[in-house]
Design a protein around this ligand. Structure first.
Ligand code: C5P
Length: 228
């Protein structure tokens, strides 16, 4: 696997307040990452038009973590599919009926991966408990027909064992060097994430708030490649 392959497995969380700042970061990172993740902050501020523009140059993971009654979630998934994003997510805690409704809505969009959040990487529950709950929710997502989950690096091995190697794992909570862990709890560095079998790494503040975001992204990619 070459560096470009790893760039395509790095998702930068565009957690910035507005489009103006989003375009600065996108331009700084344009050739350094394959994906941008648009979450609540930016989507609430700028909505679908920003996502459409971003999709002209990059793949987009729409990280809005839908968690509502089945019909409402299915309709939101349909809207995400019409927008053209390559990945969207729901909370596994929404339960089997909600997950199945989401899968049915997503089936109309074969190029969009539907994944579930298991346990937030900021949750302070003990690691053993988080791990067991993450595997339980991953199995629920797998049974409902989702493509994969968002989980911590520390849960990837158990989830792959329970759900199969092809079940996608997307891992936030990535930190390296002396970086501040901020509100994250179950963190890991990019090399360990790849070694553990993570398919996509989500990195926000360590890249977005770096003095030089492009070199921070390159650093992450180099660390990922070092374990291939
Ligand atoms: O800045 P940082 O690297 O901590 O950003 C992590 C990103 O991943 C944030 O956008 C956060 O919303 C998201 N995320 C997470 N934990 C999850 C799901 C998503 O940290 N379980």
């Amino acid at each position: 696997m070459n560096k470009e392959d790893f760039r395509q497995r790095l998702m930068v969380a565009l957690d910035v307040p507005n489009a103006q700042e989003a375009w600065i970061k996108r331009d700084q990172l344009a050739d350094h990452v394959g994906w941008f993740k648009v979450g609540l902050r930016l989507f609430v501020a700028e909505g679908a038009p920003l996502v459409r523009t971003l999709l002209k140059t990059h793949k987009v993971f729409l990280d809005l973590k839908f968690h509502d009654i089945p019909n409402t979630v299915a309709q939101a998934i349909e809207s995400a599919g019409n927008l053209g994003v390559q990945m969207v997510n729901v909370h596994a805690a929404g339960g089997a009926d909600m997950l199945q409704a989401a899968v049915q809505a997503a089936s109309a969009f074969p190029n969009m991966k539907l994944i579930a959040v298991t346990v937030l990487t900021s949750d302070s529950m003990p690691a053993k408990q988080a791990n067991a709950l993450a595997v339980e929710r991953a199995l629920l997502a797998k049974q409902a027909g989702l493509h994969g989950v968002v989980c911590s690096v520390h849960e990837v091995a158990n989830i792959k064992q329970a759900c199969g190697h092809d079940f996608i794992t997307v891992t936030p909570g990535i930190r390296w060097g002396n970086q501040d862990i901020q509100d994250q709890k179950r963190i890991a560095n990019p090399a360990f994430a790849i070694q553990s079998g993570s398919d996509y790494l989500v990195v926000g503040r360590p890249i977005i708030q770096a003095e030089n975001p492009a070199s921070a992204a390159d650093e992450a990619v180099n660390m990922m490649a070092s374990k291939s």
